[in-house]
Design a protein around this ligand. Structure first.
Ligand code: SAM
Length: 311
């Protein structure tokens, strides 16, 4: 029997659904299936003509999607990074798209995945462990300056240089292999500074974001989904830290430079193809009490402008 949570409590589910303004025969995309909390709720609003496209990078999430929905003719499922969703021919003419960013409870709670310093485990952190380098590979090979840069950019860790120096000193003795080793090393390097926060929290967040290229994936995913939405189609994005939320907020405002289909920057930023629907939404005290992982969530909703109102 598994010793870890196999379920994930969906965050801001009703608010996200309301923001998507679901139509029973509509065509929807959930790029972060996880354990399907949001997807199930979307599906319960669709009739026989509705369509729901499900994606996740994580093989366990996709196995759960297959188990639950393989026989539902309204549902299509694909493993992959939502940044590349434009390559899936089904992802077009969308009435709505949802991204619920970050990691799921089963990923965090499964010690084998190495996402959390609460369990001692190999330092992996890949959302798709079969692809890309592990956190351990990065820490044991990158230059000190690059490690410091990742901790600063992806974790907003003010002690990034001191931690990077400690990592490089430690790996000169033996490679850093486990979550506990890294958590203890960070604690020795910077001490305990905040009452309810382990000193390695930002370091772990930064490594996870770096190893999974999360910020760039988010920018690419937002562009691809905006292109795939119908005019009037809705985008709902749930973020869990300020780095992500800033990207989403700026993208909706049109402040992320637009690019051509080949990724080349356009000569000048054009008017945003989206308009924000309402303000950012946060979980209620009641939701946070029932699910502490909802604590830092922010939901933003946007609508694609009619053709000609933007690009
Ligand atoms: C917070 S969970 C989603 C939970 C889901 N909404 C639910 O209710 O069960 C985030 C999920 O997104 C996936 N994910 C994160 N970034 C991704 C990306 N760039 N492409 C595809 N999946 C991604 C993770 O593997 C994880 O399963």
């Amino acid at each position: 029997m598994a010793q870890f949570a196999a379920t994930h409590i969906p965050v801001l589910r009703d608010e996200a659904l309301a923001g998507l303004a679901l139509r029973a025969e509509g065509r929807y995309f959930d790029g972060t299936f996880g354990r399907g909390g949001h997807a199930r709720a979307v599906l319960s609003h669709l009739n026989a003509h509705g369509r729901l496209l499900l994606m996740d990078r994580d093989a366990d999430a996709i196995a759960e999607a297959q188990r639950a929905f393989a026989n539902d003719p309204r549902v299509a499922i694909r493993q992959g990074n939502f940044a590349d969703c434009g390559e899936w021919s089904e992802v077009r003419d969308l009435d709505g798209a949802l991204l619920d960013l970050g990691v799921s409870s089963p990923q965090l709670d499964d010690p084998r995945r190495g996402f959390s310093f609460r369990h001692d485990a190999p330092l992996d952190m890949g959302m798709d462990p079969s692809a890309g380098e592990s956190a351990a590979d990065f820490l044991n090979t990158a230059e000190e300056g690059e490690i410091a840069d990742v901790l600063w950019r992806c974790g907003e860790e003010r002690m990034s240089r001191r931690i990077a120096r400690a990592i490089v000193n430690a790996r000169a003795q033996s490679p850093i292999a486990s979550t506990r080793e890294l958590a203890e090393l960070v604690e020795r390097a910077i001490g305990r500074r905040e009452r309810n926060k382990h000193p390695a929290t930002r370091t772990f967040q930064a490594l996870r974001i770096h190893v999974n290229d999360e910020l760039d994936s988010l920018k690419r995913g937002l562009r691809a989904l905006t292109a795939a939405l119908k005019p009037g189609g809705r985008l709902a994005v749930i973020s869990f830290h300020s780095l992500e939320d800033r990207i989403v907020k700026n993208f909706i405002r049109g402040e992320v430079p637009a690019t051509t289909r080949r990724g080349l920057p356009l000569p000048e930023a054009t008017q945003s193809p989206l308009r924000a629907v309402g303000r950012a939404q946060f979980p209620s005290e009641k939701e946070i009490a029932a699910n502490p992982r909802a604590r830092s969530a922010v939901l933003r909703i946007a609508e694609k402008n009619p053709i000609g109102a933007g690009t």
